[in-house]
Design a protein around this ligand. Sequence first.
Ligand code: AVI
Length: 324
Amino acid sequence: NSISVDTLPRANSRVMTSEFGRDLLMGLAQTPRSIPPKYFYDAVGSALFDRICDLPEYYLTRTEQTILSTHASEIAEWIGPHAEIVEFGAGSLKKIQTLLDAFDTDRSPARYLPIDISGEHIAQAAAQLRARYPTLLVQPIIGDYTAPLTLPPTDTRIGQRVGFFPGSTLGNFHPDEALAFLRSAAGMLRGGSLLIGIDLIKHPARLHAAYNDSQGVTAAFNLNVLRRANNELGADFDTDQFNHHAIYHPVLQRIEMHLISRREQTVSIGDQRVLFSEGDTIHTESSYKYTIDGFRSLAVKAGFRAGPVWTDRERQFSVHWLHA
Ligand code: AVI
């Protein structure tokens, strides 16, 4: 055995002092085994996700973008003058620009609060945004937008507060988490509104293609969470020994992503050994799909009043206006 006694506690404390390490061990101890999808997004994972958004099969980003630009001036009317826009999980701050470009200068939003977990990414993107929209106050908030947050106080010169949650990221929340998030967003936005993108239920073949792209980018994105565990926690996953598997579950109305063990194998994470039999699976992500009415009912249950909905011609994706 190559592990000496004094490296064991150290390896283990590296795992146990990291939130990722604790969540990973906890998830792998459950049946079925799982890893929370938020751990996909290290630098490599975020870059892979950006590539997914450009894939021909991944219609979500492109379709939402088309909906936002087609209806931009109507959406700008709903947002109204000098608004404050709070974006949940803002990433590279690209999507907001479609909205900002829809305003006449004298009505454009006054303040933009992008919330994101990754600080480095957002600081740079915020600087570029300020250069492009000099009158917009850009105040990034580094943090987990699923936890309750205190926003800076507004002042009388600022119009309504509008939450912006594009990309159907809400779909990655389980129904109880989605309801809890919407409830807390409704509280945070009270008196204002939420603009949210939601992917729609469609033919399973279309969904299957979007999560099993021909270039294997989604597979690399899924497997990257194991590589991340190796890099950050000193785990020894052999990424060649797990297969990407994504499948639509029509009863639960969700795409499930899994990593399936190709053979019997043991993986070390700190001082823990995790045994996988051939075919054992780690559930890494669910991506729920909604009907328009199903999503509106959920929003109403969370305390919103449903407003207009915009879709594309094929009704693949939807963008909802909700009054908080
Ligand atoms: C971020 N989220 C909305 C994506 C989705 O479609 O559920 C993440 C993703 N997973 C695989 N491909 C893309």
